[in-house]
Design a protein around this ligand. Sequence first.
Ligand SMILES: Nc1nc2c(c(=O)[nH]1)N[C@H]1C(S)=C(S)[C@@H](COP(=O)(O)OP(=O)(O)OC[C@H]3O[C@@H](n4cnc5c(=O)[nH]c(N)nc54)[C@H](O)[C@@H]3O)O[C@H]1N2
Ligand SMILES: Nc1nc2c(c(=O)[nH]1)N[C@H]1C(S)=C(S)[C@@H](COP(=O)(O)OP(=O)(O)OC[C@H]3O[C@@H](n4cnc5c(=O)[nH]c(N)nc54)[C@H](O)[C@@H]3O)O[C@H]1N2
Ligand code: SF4
Ligand SMILES: [Mo]
Length: 743
Amino acid sequence: MSRTALRICPLCEATCGLTLTIEGTAVTGARGDREDVFSKGFICPKGASFAAVDGDPDRLRTPLVRRDGELREATWAEAFDAVAAGIRPIVERYGPHAVGVVLGNPNVHTVAGALYPTVLMAGLGSRSLFTASTVDQMPKHVSSGLLFGDANAIPVPDLDRTDHLLLIGANPLESNGSLCTAPDFPGRLRALKARGGTLTVIDPRRTRTAKLADRHIDIRPGTDALLLAAMAQVLFEEGLTDLGALTEHVEGLDELRDAVRDFTPEAVAPACDVDAPVIRVLARELAAAPTAAVYGRIGSCTVPYGTLGSWLVDVLNILTGNLDRPGGALFPQAATDRTPRPAGPGKGFRLGRWHSRVGRHPEAKGELPLSVLAEEIDTATEEGEPIRALLVVAANPVLSAPDGDRLDKALGSLDFMVSVDPYLNETARHADVVLPPPPPSQSPHHDFAFNTLAVRNQVRYNRPAVPLEPGRMAETEILARLILAVTGMHGADPSAVDDMVVGQTLGKAVREPHSPVHGRDPEELAALLTGENGPERRLDLMLRLGPYGDGFGVRPDGLTLDRLLGHPHGIDLGPLRPRLPQPLKTRSGRIELLPEPIAGDLPRLRQALRERPAGLVLVGRRHLRSNNSWLHNVPSLTGGTNRCTVHIHPEDAERLGVRDGGAVRVKGAGGEVTAPAEITDGVRRGVVSLPHGWGHDRPGTRLSHAATDPGVNVNQLLDGSLLDPLSGNAVLNGVPVSLVPVT
Ligand SMILES: Nc1nc2c(c(=O)[nH]1)N[C@H]1C(S)=C(S)[C@@H](COP(=O)(O)OP(=O)(O)OC[C@H]3O[C@@H](n4cnc5c(=O)[nH]c(N)nc54)[C@H](O)[C@@H]3O)O[C@H]1N2
Ligand SMILES: Nc1nc2c(c(=O)[nH]1)N[C@H]1C(S)=C(S)[C@@H](COP(=O)(O)OP(=O)(O)OC[C@H]3O[C@@H](n4cnc5c(=O)[nH]c(N)nc54)[C@H](O)[C@@H]3O)O[C@H]1N2
Ligand code: SF4
Ligand SMILES: [Mo]
């Protein structure tokens, strides 16, 4: 007999509510949940393939432990014994920094990934933290940290109310959106146009999103910061700045005007390959729109001027008075956000509190660049110990970070490695212990991260749709046990981890004058928490202390876990609302428009005015039926147009003698790859495009379908040396390459 269960889709940032069909313990189908308060029934082909993703026979069912050089099935007890025995001696002998931690993208999609990694890092005391953020959005964190004093205060375009959207280096018709959680992003863009609004897209490729736009600017890759600086310059020059209600919250306006003075449209036009009059029009349209939002994503972050570009996105929102106003770009307020503190000066944001050992790269947000993980393992220096052990949680850096071959070799040289991953993939194949989490149907779901980036405030929670299969361990328990094993508490009850966090959080809350529980007894409060297990009690705690919470009885109709469980399709918390100055945590208590590190990086941008690529440059692309490196094992999501091909413009193809479908060899600083060419005028001249996450041809993996059409690893073209200096983010777009047909 079949039944249904609700489950939010974990496959991209849109967080659509799904209705799963379940036969026995197997998911057999998925459709959009029409009653979901946020997604209202929207689903894409990835969500519709939930059953196949969830039931993939290649998912590991038991832990694997390496014995005599071979990964063999083991019990959970054996696996955690092996973890403790492998990690502790390294910590004791070489210190905690010799243990590296890599956190990959799915951590932002799981309850476990939200609740345990910070506890892991604190317990371990290691500074060797590398995450997907430094091949993605770290420039945005840094610019937010500098402007607003909080690296996680990221303004989100008010898609449903804006009159004008300027979208830079993002392709939400394929990606479904990023740093802007919006189920049915395509539908929301169509609605913008239907209500008379305008959409401008800046992208070197004529993407599906660009085709929807009123105006498409096919900019030269890597030059967006120049174009945005010129737009700011025009706003100043033509007297079009109008900060409105922001005026009292902003400092540094005059300094900013001086800083962008020489970035005129005429000065940047040759570098961007966008005509100066067009740049003036872009600035005037932005200023003239009743409301407008500037929004940048991957193509604006993963470039040499990623932080400057991310900063300029918000500068333009501020100069036109669009930050923090309906229809502009606003700060969401999630149900699990901390209790809002009163407005006023904060601690500010600092970069470079420590540096990487080999290349002396500054930390950002407590992280080192993923691009330098390999050298931190394979290069000895006098400064300290190389990384000798690695804990990899939900990451596949061999494919997702620059120079996979070097990292692959470095991983092979480690003394010890643990991978928490459902697949034996290109990275996990080096592990000594693989700890597989259960499939999504057997896991709870709450969007701790994406609700802080959502275009509408709302809250939803799902308990597991299917009970844990015998022999499975919840990922929350896997991570709690991992924490205990690597911090010298191996074998303790994993609920001790949750109890400790609850105790610390309440202990702090009762001392904060602005907390609803100020002055109360932490133990008495802890006893009031509900939930079936530690993670649920922690969710209850966060909800109750949060901005909509019941404050443990202070606001009796406020949120609690119990109340949320009574709303299986979620609770709508309303549209985004102006929040300034409360979110600001700068030392001045104001928006610091021209922070010192930004001013210090502008001379580099000024040099870029004169730079032109000598030959072809590479950009990436995403496909609706793909997701980074790990959905290529699902037959219904591969094939057709979702292939690892090199897009090249017809004129470039002709000049280089490239045939459509013929093999081409692409060469970059880090190596070369050979893939079929696809001739299309969807890329601009001088630009070629390859998707990432492919290259499933290494031995020792267990991805049987992916291996049948492995594709190539685009990141092999990079040598890891190109970084945005302020954020340490990898440069993945606008990278010089050469190309020849293979005869
Ligand atoms: N050239 C190029 N490179 C890129 C990008 C690009 O645009 N161009 N994009 C970058 C971006 S934005 C990102 S975010 C990174 C992503 O790169 P990574 O962070 O490495 O993430 P994925 O490739 O998605 O791999 C995620 C791993 O998590 C596993 N996994 C899936 N579900 C779960 C789960 O529930 N629990 C656990 N523990 N594991 C799970 C998968 O099996 C997979 O092995 O790639 C980056 N790399
Ligand atoms: N289907 C699918 N959805 C996904 C993912 C996936 O792999 N597949 N990954 C998820 C993840 S981890 C993320 S971070 C998001 C990313 O979400 P998006 O940022 O929307 O991702 P992309 O589709 O890579 O869009 C980036 C665009 O930037 C363009 N671009 C490249 N270089 C430049 C440049 O220098 N300037 C400008 N202006 N544009 C440039 C590219 O041509 C591309 O169209 O997507 C998420 N959703
Ligand atoms: S848009 Fe994203 S969240 Fe929605 S169904 Fe597709 S993959 Fe899942
Ligand atoms: Mo990402």
